[in-house]
Write a protein that binds this ligand. Structure first.
Ligand SMILES: [Fe+2]
Ligand SMILES: [Fe+2]
Length: 301
């Protein structure tokens, strides 16, 4: 076990109890950009199951933490991820109510995280702790990706120019800003309980292609159930070039370069993203401000 953790941002990570009203959400909430819309809708397919899994794994790691600041960060991370999962789940529930039933896909995601990557009760001793360490390494790798995606969405002026639905944009930027805020926590926790370089590299070698496959599958699934796109061919990977050139999705080359940064021995998430920008967005976010107003009313009552 490593005795030291690298410095992380000394923010106090707070969960913001945000609420969103989806009643006026257009089907293609990036106007005239169904591919960009569904590329980002894949977040709603993956994140509820994935972030609930993060919470479950981190709760198992809590007894291993001997650093009080890290424990506080991990508890803040758990609170934030639980609310991210809820917010994306509410979008899915809205889609289901609108006849866009995502359950054939999300049921597979539930199996993926809770069975394939879930607890293995038959493991004992070292095998059990190695399984926990492997899952912490996987979460650290995913959190690198969520951090640079969060940084991308905070800076994606193309989505503003395109007239993106403001409520969905606020959800994505609130979530992205909190991903930037807590971007060091999973990495620091992995370093604290194990820290083997090769293990974290192996985790990214697994995670990046896995997410690519799930994303492609998710977009094609959404096209197949979106009646407004009936008769259109399913999108190919190279079709992303169009929306990327308009700044409404990240370019694949950008994503590839960001993933590669994780392989450096000197990598630390604090080198990615801009905490001040994230905090500034959270101070301005309509949903986060409303959540803070409700919290203040609760404290005053
Ligand atoms: Fe999240
Ligand atoms: Fe996260």
């Amino acid at each position: 076990m490593l005795k030291e953790t690298p410095p992380s941002d000394r923010l106090v990570l707070g969960a913001r109890d945000v609420r969103f009203d989806w009643s006026d959400l257009p089907r293609h909430w990036v106007p005239d950009e169904p591919l960009a819309t569904h590329l980002m809708n894949v977040l709603h397919l993956l994140l509820p199951a994935g972030e609930r899994w993060f919470v479950a794994v981190f709760q198992q790691a809590l007894p291993l933490i001997t650093d009080e600041e890290l424990r506080r960060d991990v508890l803040g991370f758990i609170g934030q991820e639980a609310l991210h999962a809820r917010a994306h789940q509410e979008v899915l529930d809205h889609y289901t109510a609108q006849g866009l039933d995502c359950r054939p896909f999300t049921d597979q995601m539930e199996w993926f995280f809770s069975v394939l990557l879930g607890d293995r009760p038959r493991l004992r001793g070292r095998a059990e702790s190695e399984w926990l360490v492997s899952r912490l390494a996987i979460i650290a790798a995913i959190e690198h990706i969520t951090a640079f995606m969060g940084d991308w969405i905070l800076n994606a002026e193309g989505l503003d120019r395109a007239g993106c639905d403001p409520t969905m944009l606020d959800l994505l930027r609130w979530h992205g800003a909190e991903e930037v805020e807590h971007r060091s926590v999973a990495f620091d926790l992995y370093r604290h309980v194990d820290g083997r370089h090769l293990r974290r590299i192996e985790a990214m070698v697994l995670v990046a292609p896995m997410l690519f496959v799930l994303w492609r599958k998710g977009v094609r699934f959404l096209y197949s159930i979106d009646g407004e796109l009936a008769g259109r061919p399913l999108p190919r990977v190279r079709d992303v070039r169009g929306p990327a050139s308009r700044g409404v999705t990240p370019a694949l080359s950008h994503l590839g370069r960001k993933v590669l940064r994780y392989f450096s021995r000197s990598y630390h998430p604090s080198m990615e993203g801009d905490t001040d920008q994230a905090v500034a967005y959270l101070a301005a976010s309509p949903a986060a401000r409303a959540a803070e107003g409700r919290a203040a009313e609760g404290r005053a009552a």
